[in-house]
Design a protein around this ligand. Structure first.
Ligand code: GUN
Length: 302
């Protein structure tokens, strides 16, 4: 039987409706409006489109939002000063510096300068540590991993006791999603295995997975025969493999391929996310969720 398609687009739209209400209630009760600044250095086309989508979402939810564009020759010191300025701006509850940033700037230095209480990306070492401890300690969850967990839960999969296999060990996806799924509590409590480029037999690990999360950045790495029948497959890969002309706009758009061979895998999996329209829309939604949370904390509301 063909797998159920887990639509990130639909689930993200539901969550955004919830957040819109929360934002309006927060404003009514406390006068606080969630504030988000996205800082973009240079004009990398992919970054421009991500940041535009983040701003559009913030605007639609009724946030106070700022798009701060900086030239690609900005000095490290000037970028640090900009971050400090937003750290001290009480109208701003979330600060996001879009990555990558130019090579002449130390990325770590910039990310570590963001006030951890406004670090809605959850990239600051303090927040990474809080995530590792788990429970109430974790103020924000990193956006893509949080979106993945939400997709699994809303798709109705039992995570407690499930074998979760994560393919990839990046700081943005692999390590944090492994951490989230092994915590005690709702939507987690799983037995987690992380496989990576040093793993001897990827296939045998993937075959055991009740929930398979693939974030390797390799188009069609996971073959259909690696998937356990009925498994939940979350494909985080967004690989640009060429360009085509959009029927809608007549302009060139990237051709995207996931890390999983979707057409073949959907005949075996129980449920699977498409690329695009799976994890992607959830990442931005979780950024909005973190910003609302940060605003609520600053208003003294839990
Ligand atoms: N570049 C690609 N993904 C992300 C993200 O989630 N956050 C930031 N800050 N930059 C990115």
């Amino acid at each position: 039987m063909a797998a159920r398609i887990i639509s990130g687009t639909e689930i993200a739209a539901q969550i955004r409706e919830e957040l819109k209400k929360e934002t309006a209630e927060l404003k009514e009760k406390s006068g606080v409006v969630p504030g988000l600044v996205t800082i973009l250095v240079g004009k990398n086309p992919a970054s421009v489109s991500y940041v535009t989508a983040k701003q559009k979402a913030a605007h639609e939810l009724g946030f106070y939002s700022i798009q701060d564009d900086q030239p690609d020759d900005i000095s490290e010191e000037s970028l640090l000063q900009l971050v400090y300025r937003y750290n001290n701006d009480s109208k701003i509850h979330g600060i996001l510096v879009q990555l990558p940033i130019p090579k002449h700037i130390d990325e770590k230095k910039i990310l570590n300068a963001i006030d951890p209480d406004k670090d809605v990306d959850c990239f600051h070492p303090i927040n990474v540590g809080r995530l590792m401890i788990g429970g109430d300690e974790a103020r924000f969850l990193p956006c893509t991993p949080a979106g993945i967990q939400e997709l699994i839960v809303r798709a109705g999969f039992e995570t407690s006791g499930a074998e979760v296999v994560v393919v990839g060990r990046s700081n943005i996806v692999g390590k944090p999603i492994a951490n989230i799924m092994l915590q005690k509590g709702r939507g987690a409590n799983s037995t987690v295995t992380v496989v990576h480029t040093g793993t001897k037999d990827l296939e045998s690990h993937c075959k055991r997975a009740d929930i398979l999360i693939v974030a390797a950045g390799v188009p069609h790495l996971v073959k259909p025969e690696w998937i356990k029948p009925g498994a939940c497959v979350i494909d985080v890969g967004v690989n640009r493999v060429g360009e085509k002309i959009s029927e809608k706009t007549g302009k060139p758009v990237p051709i995207l391929k996931g890390d999983v061979d979707f057409d073949a895998a959907k005949e075996i999996a129980g449920a699977i996310t498409p690329v695009p329209g799976g994890v992607g829309p959830m990442t931005i939604t979780m950024l909005m969720k973190n910003t609302v949370k940060s605003a609520k904390i600053s208003a003294g509301i839990k």
